[in-house]
Design a protein around this ligand. Structure first.
Ligand code: KIV
Length: 272
């Protein structure tokens, strides 16, 4: 039995931060279009992320690198029209914040201005601090993202677990504190050991949201198409399928094809 939770308040960076103080877990999911985002919002999610995972699940690319700023803004605009309650965060795509802090702030402002998103998320630690500080000073709320940072896949050489070695774990903890000090309102941790994620969560004052980072974080995020069982051939250990929609979609489409071919669709009541 599923519980339908209707969020009555519009979430803000402040209401999200209060949840950590109150010990209330934060539920975050990605969305990339109006129709699904409306369902996600109405079902009570706290944060909707227009993730650059759109590059994979919407555009069919192998990595998140090809998606552009204009494409992210286009997707976020549709999600904005649907998100009445959830805080809306839009990922800054690869190449939109690494060149200079001036360009990073300009692009972050463009996202907020043109899409109506409430905040941006960007990947990285110490190396992106100047950009984060500039954005925060300009009034742009920023969520950090550490651990497995898919935009750096060509440096990592794959999508394996991060921060297993002590040196990398220490660096991640250090970067997490730097991001908090630079003004990030929250932080995503992707695919790192659960004990490390819990330590970061316990040490930081800002909410920490995990994906593949265990149960000790302040909240969880998943890619919508993955948790709905729409993505085929991708089932890492951390992913739970809350539905098997790929099977439902295929079965509905094949029923439709059959009904068209045998002439049973449309019937008399389905015509004018
Ligand atoms: O792009 C994305 O979907 C993300 C989540 C995996 C956190 O960054």
């Amino acid at each position: 039995m599923s519980v339908h939770i209707q969020n009555s308040v519009r979430q803000t960076t402040q209401t999200i931060q209060k949840k950590k103080l109150n010990g209330e877990k934060i539920a975050m999911l990605t969305s990339y279009d109006f129709t699904l985002a409306k369902l996600v919002d109405e079902a009570g999610v706290d944060i909707i992320l227009v993730g650059d995972s759109a590059s994979n699940v919407v555009c069919g690319n192998d990595t998140t690198l090809p998606i552009t700023l204009d494409e992210m803004i286009f997707l976020a605009k549709g999600v904005r029209r649907a998100a009445q309650h959830a805080l809306l965060i839009c990922d800054m795509p690869f190449g939109s914040y690494q060149v200079s802090e001036e360009e990073a702030v300009r692009n972050a402002m463009k996202i907020l201005q043109l899409s109506g998103a409430d905040a941006v998320k960007l990947e990285g630690g110490e190396e992106i601090l100047p950009a984060v500080r500039h954005m925060v000073n300009a009034g742009v709320p920023v969520m950090g993202h550490l651990g497995l940072t898919p935009q750096s896949v060509n440096q990592f050489g794959g999508y394996g677990l991060r921060a297993q070695a002590e040196a990398e774990a220490k660096k991640l903890l250090y970067d997490a504190h730097l991001l908090e000090d630079a003004g990030c309102f929250s932080l995503t941790l992707e695919k790192i050991p659960a004990a490390l994620a819990k330590q970061v969560t316990d040490e930081l004052h800002i909410p920490v949201i995990g994906i593949g980072a265990g149960n000790g974080t302040d909240g969880q995020v998943l890619v919508l198409h993955d948790m709905l069982g729409l993505t085929q051939g991708f089932k890492p250990k951390f992913l739970r399928h809350f539905a098997e929609l790929a099977d439902d979609v295929k079965s509905a489409v094949s029923d439709y094809v059959q009904a068209v071919k045998d002439g049973s669709f449309p019937n008399e009541s389905e015509q004018y």
